[in-house]
Ligand binder design. Structure first.
Ligand code: CA
Length: 225
């Protein structure tokens, strides 16, 4: 399994490369955003995961992420960030990243996050399509549509929708959502879960049906058709 590490701090890049190689991964290191974006977009299936620093020369991590997603490159992206405000975390996830780690971090936590995003990607691509009422989800192309109209969802919103549709028969808790999206139950993430739910709700609700994701007080969220 091949991982792209995009990190301009040479020492950290080398530590990550050696550590990940020790875990059995093959690692390519890029020291700026532009060369990483070019290499990844030219061969989008060659990497299983991208570890992406935010502050990078030439093109920053936000731009790399947005640009890859705009080109429909669906490789899982874990962002490394020294910033830890809620706004920054939301901006990271909204740019199309799957997960983030705040520097400094433990190497074991990074490898756990890598395993979580890989597992999630594999689970999702193993199944082809899902549907609920007028909603239809294509798990190969990561595309959701409602009554045949494609919905403009971010990869995180798509993954969240998959979870809700899978468990349409019961409320899904915030912890379950955090675990599904980021492989962890950190309570600090529950605000971010709420933001993603709110964005997703706006995108999938049609004008007549009213609320399609219900908030179940004290329990979590449930999708309705
Ligand atoms: Ca940096």
């Amino acid at each position: 399994m091949k991982i792209a590490v995009v990190e301009d701090e040479k020492k950290l890049a080398t530590t990550l490369k050696e550590g990940l190689e020790g875990e059995g991964y093959t690692v390519d290191v890029f020291y700026d955003g532009k060369s990483a974006e070019e290499a990844i977009s030219q061969n989008p299936t060659s990497y299983s995961v991208v570890i992406l620093d935010l502050m990078l020369p030439q093109k920053d991590g936000f731009e790399v992420c947005e640009s890859l997603r705009a080109q429909h490159v669906s490789v899982p992206i874990i962002v490394l960030t020294a910033r830890d405000t809620l706004e920054d975390k939301i901006r990271v996830l909204d740019s199309g990243a799957d997960d983030f780690l705040t520097k400094p971090f433990e190497f074991q936590e990074l490898t756990a996050r890598i395993r979580a995003v890989v597992r999630r990607t594999q689970n999702e691509s193993a199944k082809a399509t899902m549907s609920l009422g007028s909603l239809s989800l294509n798990l190969r192309t990561q595309e959701a549509s409602r009554n045949g109209t494609v919905l403009a969802l971010t990869p995180t919103e798509f993954s969240l929708l998959v979870l809700l549709v899978e468990h349409a028969d019961r409320p899904v808790t915030r912890d379950e959502i955090s675990m599904h999206l980021w492989g962890t139950e950190d309570s600090a993430l529950s605000n971010i879960v709420d933001v993603h739910i709110s964005n997703l709700r706006k995108k999938i609700s049609d004008d007549h049906a009213g609320k399609s994701i219900q908030t179940i007080r004290g329990l979590g969220y449930r999708i309705e058709e």
